[in-house]
Structures are given as structure tokens and as C-alpha cells.
Design a binder for this molecule. Structure first.
Ligand code: SF4
Length: 266
């Protein structure tokens, strides 16, 4: 069996493994300029440089194709996450994102895009297959001013909701990342708003910002799991909040993120 290539392993982000075992990051930098973004620190680049905008990684498609071939030969067909260290639908030129999705498809891999780019992603809707792909968005608030304060280059919340609805209506598995949680009431409100057109929420907290110390994370976790249970919404509570879960709470790390049974999720 061919040894899988390194490019697709999701090891650059501390908590990446909770989101997906495989990832592709076609760009350096990200124009969304989220104030809470920890990627510059992980990659050891200046935040001002990172926030200037995304630029394609040199020879990305060449390396991706080489790795995807190895995965295909190894019989690996899992979903690849785009992206952890950039955003696949950042405000700049994103044709490389489409090329990346095409390479993954051509080599039998599924994919999931996680983005704050909202309806920019609709351009690639035709590449998403209900039995292999997922579309996800990070949401921290439904309030435009709040979002512009924390995610000044990202699509506004309403635009992200619109994208989720469009993918959902096209039969694609959708999910929302509630990480970071900057304001617990805002995150609870997001769940109440989106539950009819998302299949899963991933619930996290924030670290290293002042609200990390002043928030009652136990209460938040309890409220969130109660709400999701009431709504019948599939949810995953990330590692940092797991100590606050009721004893024995069913919290599977990996659930199939597609509508179909063609691919086994590791
Ligand atoms: S969208 Fe993601 S990668 Fe881009 S600045 Fe925001 S947190 Fe960082």
C-alpha cells in the first residue's frame, strides 16, 4: 500500500483533528482578518502580513495531485477539509479553491469547505455531491456590527446563512462551527435560527481573550446541549467543553458529514 502524502494531513492546527483528519490549505494568509484568529501564531507569521490577504501556495495543485494519487492508491476516500489555516472563500481570487475541489473529486476523495465567505461559495455548488461533500460555516453572531468588529473582512452573518440554506436546499450536508464562542447568548441564538437547515453544529469556546475567564462555560455547555436535544439537532461538543458535559453524554467525534452511505467515516 502506498504511503499517503503529507500535504493533506490536518496537523497544523491544534484542534484540527476534532474537525477532520485530512485538510488542504491552498493559500497563505487570509483576508478575513478575524481579530481572534490564532493561525498567524501557529504559523509564526506576523498578523499584519497574514491579514493582508491570501496568496496561492506555490505549486499547490502539483503537490496536491501527487498526494491525492497516493491516497487514491491507498484506497482512502475520506473527506478533506478546506481549510484550517486560511479560508477557501476569502475575499480575494479563489479559483485555486475550485481547482482543489476538482482534484479531490477526480481522485475519489470527498471534501468539506468551512468558510466565512458566505455566498461566494455558491460558485462551486456544482462540484458538491450529496453523498460525499459537506458545506460548513463559522458563525459567532447574527449581528452585523458584532461580526464587523470581530471578522471585519468576512461575509456578514445573513450572507452566511443564505449560503447554508442554498447548500441545504441543494441536498448537501451542512454544518455550523460555533467556535470561537465570543458571546454565549449569540451562539444559542444562532442554533435557534439555523437548526432547520443545518445537519450538525460543532460547539466550542474561546481561549486567550478576556471573555474566556468571565464566561460560565459549564452553564453554556448545559444550555447548548439541552437546546440541541430539544431541537433534535446533531451536535458535537469540542474538547475544551467536554468536562462540562453530563456524565456519559453521547458525543461522537466523527459522524458522517454527507447524505449517503457510500463512504465510511473513520
Ligand atoms: S477566516 Fe479563519 S483563517 Fe481567516 S482570518 Fe478568520 S479565523 Fe483566520
Amino acid at each position: 500500500m502506498t504511503r499517503p502524502g503529507k500535504l493533506l494531513r490536518a496537523k497544523l492546527e491544534i484542534s484540527a483533528g476534532e474537525y477532520a483528519p485530512l485538510a488542504a490549505n491552498p493559500y497563505r494568509g487570509c483576508g478575513h482578518a478575524c481579530a481572534y484568529c490564532y493561525v498567524p501564531g501557529v504559523l509564526k507569521v506576523k498578523r499584519t502580513e497574514f491579514d493582508k490577504g491570501a496568496t496561492p501556495r506555490p505549486d499547490f495543485i502539483k503537490h496536491l495531485t501527487r498526494d491525492a494519487k497516493k491516497y487514491q492508491q491507498a484506497g482512502i476516500a475520506e473527506q478533506v477539509m478546506l481549510s484550517f489555516t486560511t479560508d477557501p472563500y476569502h475575499p480575494g481570487e479563489t479559483s485555486l479553491t475550485r481547482e482543489t475541489l476538482q482534484v479531490l473529486r477526480d481522485h475519489g476523495l470527498g471534501f468539506c469547505t468551512l468558510t466565512k465567505g458566505g455566498t461566494r461559495a455558491l460558485r462551486d455548488l456544482d462540484l458538491f455531491r450529496p453523498d460525499r461533500a459537506a458545506f460548513a460555516s463559522t458563525l459567532t453572531s447574527l449581528d452585523d456590527a458584532f461580526s464587523q468588529k470581530w471578522e471585519r473582512g468576512a461575509a456578514l452573518p445573513g450572507d452566511r446563512l443564505q449560503a447554508l440554506r442554498r447548500f441545504h436546499h441543494a441536498g448537501i450536508f451542512t454544518w455550523v462551527s460555533l467556535e470561537p464562542t465570543l458571546d454565549t447568548e449569540s451562539s444559542l441564538e444562532i442554533v435557534r435560527r439555523v437548526h432547520e437547515y443545518v445537519d450538525l453544529v460543532k460547539i466550542g469556546r474561546v481561549n486567550y481573550l478576556p471573555m474566556a475567564k468571565t464566561t460560565d462555560w459549564k452553564s453554556y455547555t448545559e444550555q447548548m446541549v439541552e437546546l440541541c436535544s430539544e431541537l433534535g439537532l446533531q451536535h458535537y461538543v469540542t474538547h475544551d467543553l467536554q468536562p462540562y458535559l453530563p456524565s456519559g453524554y453521547h458525543n461522537p467525534l466523527r459522524v458522517p458529514q454527507h447524505h449517503g452511505s457510500a463512504v465510511q467515516v473513520a
